[in-house]
Design a protein around this ligand. Sequence first.
Ligand code: NAI
Length: 331
Amino acid sequence: MFKSAARSFSTSPAAAYKVAVLGAGGGIGQPLSLLMKLNHKVTDLALYDLRGAPGVAADVSHVPTNSTVKGYEPEGLEEALTGSDVIVIPAGVPRKPGMTRDDLFNTNASIVRDLAKAAADYAPNAAVCIISNPVNSTVPIVAEVFKSKGVYNPKKLFGVTTLDVLRASRFVSEVAGTNPVDEHVTVVGGHSGITIVPLLSQTKHKNLSEETRDALIHRIQFGGDEVVQAKNGAGSATLSMAQAGARFAGAVLNGLAGEQDVVEPTFVDSPLFKDEGVDFFSSKVTLGVEGVKAIHSLGELSSHEEELVKKAKETLITNIKKGVDFVKQNP
Ligand code: NAI
């Protein structure tokens, strides 16, 4: 009610935004909720989890920014979602040492499917940002669920690959002795292992030795393992991921608010390689008032990057099919 009132008196589309975080009690969800509370575009923050969200909400609500915060347990999912402009989903289990993201599929596929069903029913127009792994498969799962309910809008579904972008900036700066704030690396493909392709040839570091380049690319692709190993069974990246998720959700909000030139790499329903059977692909995307405004092509690639993209596409086809098949077999 507050939201529609605020909107009707406003001349700007940026008047009021409701953001729902599903999985808000978790390792990512808690700091992500805090960072969303600090985003001044957010006027309504709905924090949902199977357990713990009311506590997180009470805590975060004391941060003095101009938004209401409410925590919800399972019976409140409909209310949490209703009226949401952006839904961010970090619900699900994280990796333990030795696991790949694909090993999470069996548990997380059904969690994401069920949350997608609720989102399709209660907030079919929201922009949905998927953090739960394996992103290469969970994004197609959400698409299939939305299609089955007749509300699929490919412009409003995003796999969050921003952490790969942050890691690329950080790791390249360590190699080059530069300030990571000044490093902007486009990362394309997907979000796991060899599907993560940083386009170093498009940065000022295109003349690295082959050995340094390969080590850097490997670190960007498998940087998540460093955190999984260091946490030693206690999970995967949560704090850096929260920062990445908040940056991406913030970019989506900036786009919805009509800001210009909002560009982030993200894993979307993409025309780039559809003719080769790759229905989802991450590349730079301009975000706008309708969600996806433009999907950028990859630009000029080195022959080495061409090879990496080729391998990424092969794995992506399998990962995407796995998500699609899961929903067909377990509707
Ligand atoms: P966590 O175990 O600390 O938190 C997950 C939360 O999800 C828990 O609070 C749990 O109660 C909740 N949850 C489980 N099922 C739910 C349901 N049906 N509805 C609502 N909430 C539910 O895990 P963490 O570390 O926060 O990771 C979450 C996910 O994010 C994992 O799948 C992980 O692999 C993924 N991730 C993704 C990254 C990316 O770059 N996209 C980076 C790091 C992690």
